[in-house]
Design a protein around this ligand. Structure first.
Ligand code: NI
Length: 201
């Protein structure tokens, strides 16, 4: 029998079915990320966590649990600066340090990064081999802190193959996830990682 990672078990073909990639930024946070993992597992859904290195160092167990469940771990810098305001050496340090922390927690180096604030330019792109990921739907969950509103935003705006931006450091955002999973699953959506979405489109 071939050995494979949990994420390799996902045979969802996003060319044939409707896919959506939930992305959770700025964590992991306790207990929010652990709660979110239980919701994802209930719906056999996967997500992508863009973690900061400082939070990975604080909660390596949560990052490991997320990865083991088939979720993807991406790099969101060490401590969330605007990368476009840093030198190339500082950008590389922010991303390399975080990659090292994620690899220490999960055994796997990330291949994706999300620049804090979505701030990116040619200098940031040139400083790393990681592939940048922005988003299609911005829930603005950090502003509203309202689970019903966050859920409604995703449910009303999401289209096939969209990347959705949320933050798993806010309890209200995590509380929105069951309704999102329940409603969009009923509409035929499959929740996949960003790398899975990109690989099967
Ligand atoms: Ni962020």
């Amino acid at each position: 029998m071939p050995t494979h990672t949990a994420s390799g078990d996902d045979d969802t073909d996003c060319k044939k079915v409707k896919c959506i990639a939930l992305t959770l930024d700025d964590g992991p946070a306790a207990p929010e990320t652990a709660t979110l993992l239980t919701y994802l597992a209930q719906y056999k859904a996967r997500a992508t966590f863009f973690t900061t290195g400082q939070n990975v160092a604080a909660h390596p167990d949560l990052v490991r649990a997320a990865a083991r469940a088939g979720n993807e771990i991406g790099n969101h810098s060490w401590n969330h600066p605007d990368l476009t305001k840093l030198t190339p050496e500082q950008i590389a340090s922010q991303l390399n340090r975080t990659n090292t922390a994620i690899k220490a927690a999960t055994g796997k180096e990330p291949t994706l990064f999300r620049p804090p604030y979505g701030a990116i330019n040619t200098q940031v792109r040139a400083a790393t081999r990681l592939s940048p990921v922005l988003w299609d739907v911005d829930t603005e969950d950090w502003k509203y802190r309202d689970a019903a509103k966050v859920a409604q935003t995703v449910i009303s705006k999401a289209e096939p193959n969209d990347v959705v931006l949320m933050h798993d450091i806010h309890p209200t955002s995590v509380a929105a996830v069951p309704q999102i999973l329940r409603t969009l699953t009923a509409r035929g959506y499959h929740f996949v990682t960003v790398s899975h979405l990109r690989a099967t489109l």
